[in-house]
Design a protein around this ligand. Structure first.
Ligand code: GLU
Length: 509
């Protein structure tokens, strides 16, 4: 590839279902590479396999990308000058290349029916259509020119298969792995054009990557075995000089490192594997996604970027701009990256801490509404001041309810076991006096409430710990929550006095 070529990369998913986090990482690395080099990031929908097409999957993929902030420069809904961006719509452009390959002796017509191939599979359990048995099967190589012409003229259904050479070594330089080579005899004669006239992935990917002037390809490691077929096609079609650079990304592994992370691992271990909720229209099954589980897109993207890449330092928190700036292919590791859900949660915590309140507010309100509150009754300033206090404690925005519901409603019950056994009349008196003392205050802020309360304890002769915990439980219901004087401040004078007065009788024996 010439170095002055414009960087153009593509994310090329097949619209067959929910988007696995590995797929999003592939999209992300493509995006980061493109943006780092001021290039273009293209979305191409690879929908040539009509049997696997799932309605809604394409829209879902686009929504996932938008959620992650990976907006394509060209896509089916935002076409550039290289369209169409759905392979099914490019159908007429493939046959001529398949036929060119036949004419040049690099491919052949195969007339075997599905039944005949099934029969072969029954007889030979390891059946593959390849150099060592193709002469025993029904194709233009075994049948000869005349019979082939007759069958074609008669309109006999046929596929076109690549004629893999025997005993050749095909090699390329992978941007991550370095030199990778393949023994062609081990690769079967892949179908290039199907009987329905649609190309297979192998033909379409090569034709389209060239037509769309793709300069670099980042794709999952699972596509590495297909590389020799693609390299030969670039060569046989006379496009060798234009071949893009390839990078095969390391797998994302199960938490224990044993094999590729699958959707089933998520179901089994209780974490999402898809980017967003996926409703399978065929089975009606719903699979939870990171988005609906409560992940911020910034956290999800940050976590994915670090699955197989780092910038060479200990830094773990990166926003998209910084990722674009720092991304480099030589820091992508060859080894598979273990998925760690606890780490994913940590990223979310970190990003919630960093998120501006205004950004979190709509989601926080949604949580409150979900619990039956009418958020119109509260000012944004009030909700944001609470967010400031509990933000550090949230793994998910949903935790806001657990951490902060007491700001919006009085405790329904108290952790009486923590106070009742040691309760005394003296304590009741103390709190009744605190309520009176509070009532006299004209300003209401934690900085003055704290010394006021602590002086009162000192005067009483009781111990700090004996009174601080009950005070917290009166306001919150339990032994949790942020600084008790901050809580006092946010709750407001009337509310605090009322909560003290409601709680005292319940703590008495
Ligand atoms: N359509 C392939 C997929 O679903 C794309 C592979 C590639 O990027 O070449 O992953």
């Amino acid at each position: 590839m010439s170095s002055d070529k414009k960087v153009r990369v593509r994310f090329a998913p097949s619209p067959t279902g929910g988007l696995h986090l590995g797929g999003v990482r592939t999209a992300l690395f493509n995006y980061l590479f493109a943006k780092h080099h001021n290039g273009e990031f293209i979305l191409r929908i690879e929908d040539t396999d009509q049997t696997r097409f799932v309605p809604g999957a394409e829209e879902y993929i686009m929504e996932c990308l938008a959620w992650c902030g990976l907006n394509p420069d060209e896509s089916p809904i935002n076409p550039g000058s290289f369209g169409p961006y759905r392979q099914s719509e490019r159908k007429p452009s493939y046959r001529k290349f398949a036929e060119q390959l036949v004419n040049d002796g690099h491919a052949y017509y195969a007339f075997d029916t599905a039944e005949e191939l099934d029969e072969q599979r029954k007889i030979h359990p390891n059946f593959r259509y390849a150099h060592d048995n193709r002469m025993n099967l029904r194709n233009s190589l075994s049948l000869g020119q005349e019979e082939t012409n007759r069958l074609l003229a008669e309109g006999a259904p046929h596929t076109i298969r690549i004629k893999m050479p025997e005993n050749e070594i095909v090699a390329f330089d992978d941007m991550i792995r370095g030199r990778v080579s393949f023994e062609t005899s081990l690769v079967d004669d892949k179908v290039l054009l199907k009987a329905d006239g649609m190309p297979t992935y192998h033909l379409a990917v090569v034709v389209d990557d060239r037509a769309m002037e793709i300069s670099h390809i980042f794709r999952g490691e699972e596509w590495l075995p297909s590389a020799p077929v693609h390299i030969l096609l670039w060569d046989y079609l006379g496009w060798k000089e234009e071949m893009p650079n390839w990078a095969h990304l390391p797998l994302i592994l199960k938490p224990d490192g044993n094999g590729k992370l699958s959707k089933r691992d998520g179901d089994r271990l209780g974490f999402p594997v898809y980017a967003m909720n996926w409703n399978d229209p065929k089975t009606g099954d719903l699979t939870t996604g990171f988005r609906e589980r409560g992940f911020l897109p910034e956290a999800f993207v940050n976590m994915l970027a670090l699955l197989g890449w780092n910038d060479g330092t200990e830094q773990e928190i990166f926003d998209m701009n910084e990722l674009v700036q720092k991304f480099s292919v030589d820091r992508i590791s060859k080894a598979g990256a273990k998925f760690d859900f606890e780490k994913a949660k940590w990223y979310n915590q970190e990003w919630i801490k960093r998120a501006p309140n205004a950004e979190l507010l709509p989601e926080v309100k949604a949580v409150l509404e979900k619990h039956g509150l009418n958020t119109a009754e509260y000012t944004d300033v009030f909700i944001e001041s609470i967010l400031d206090l509990v933000k550090e404690r949230l793994t998910y925005i949903e935790d806001f309810w657990e951490q902060a519901s007491f700001f919006f409603q009085k405790p329904e019950k108290y952790d009486v076991d923590a106070v009742k056994p040691k309760w005394t009349d003296e304590k009741s008196t103390f709190f009744n006096e605190v309520a009176d003392l509070f009532a006299d205050q004209s300003t209401w802020e934690s900085a003055s409430l704290e010394p006021l309360f602590k002086n009162k304890i000192a005067e009483s002769g009781m111990k700090m710990g004996e009174l601080m915990m009950p005070f917290r439980i009166m306001l919150v219901g339990g032994k949790f929550g942020p600084d008790v004087f901050k809580i006092t401040e946010v709750l407001g004078k009337e509310e605090v006095i009322e909560r003290i007065k409601t709680a005292v009788p319940q703590f008495q024996n």
